[in-house]
Design a protein around this ligand. Sequence first.
Ligand code: HEM
Length: 294
Amino acid sequence: MSDKLSYWDYVGVDTLLNLQKPKTDFEDEHIFIIYHQISELFFRLIINELKLLTDDNKKEFLDYRNWIKRLGRVINNFNILTNSISILMPEFSVFSKAHQILNDSEISTISVSCFDNQQFLKFRQALVPASGFQSFQYRTIEIMSTQLQNLVHPSKKDDLKNENDIENIYQNLYWKYGARIVKDDNLSNPDLLEKAETLIEFENKYDSYFLDLAKEYENKNLLSLYQKYITDINSENSKKVRDVLKYYDTIVNRHYKGVHYGLAYAHLKDTTGTGGTNWHQYLSISKNEISFFE
Ligand code: HEM
């Protein structure tokens, strides 16, 4: 048997192609699973960059050039995710560049259904209570990026502004008030809404992991490392890092979240989310504003 390394073994192609296990016969469920898997792989790339930049032993964070390199990669990856959202869109113009390429071609005006909304609305019933809300990697990126205080639910910020206990702060993070069941449309105070199974399952699985991570990153999240090491160096370079951080904040908390909200709206319109949740209030970037580096 040849012991030469092959592309298919090195990349694990067979494993990769066997990771899709649809729950129904709807053909577009494949797209749904694969795009979530792609997103998780991009989150993995992003976390790797954040780990390298914040590593206590390597101390890359002391040199402003590493901030630009690592966050540049993180931003590129989030941009790819933001721009690729069309894969899950019920209707999207796919030939928009044809106008330039084919000289006034009419196909540039054609939109297609990239992902079948009618199929989705049917097969999503089979997935409850699984939801992208349960992406632990997305939460990891947040905790590595900023002080826990900045992730507190807007309605709790004032009460907790002098709180130092990580466990108390953690219980009030903004997403702990998402995935709550809406029983009465007039009742919008998330405190009064019951947790959906999506949230309960997620907490059961990850609460202790997130708490450990929050303790580990209390003094080495991006914001705290920036405040400790970068504000003091030559101001030109510090400004470059600050601009990159601001851009990162906008890309994640406005662009990425904004297109995701648009995606949810395109599919769910005015209905409730997975398990009857308050997703309209929760996903709206203006009603539930989060910023890593205010
Ligand atoms: C058709 C596609 C999608 C729809 C309709 C959708 C819908 C939703 C809804 C309604 C929520 C709020 C929680 C809930 O009520 O369950 C949510 C949260 C979330 N989803 Fe999606 N989603 C889609 C695709 C994705 C993809 C591809 C990802 C990538 C992994 C993702 C990641 C997330 C995350 C991270 C949250 C929490 C957001 C936050 O805390 O701000 N979703 N999604």
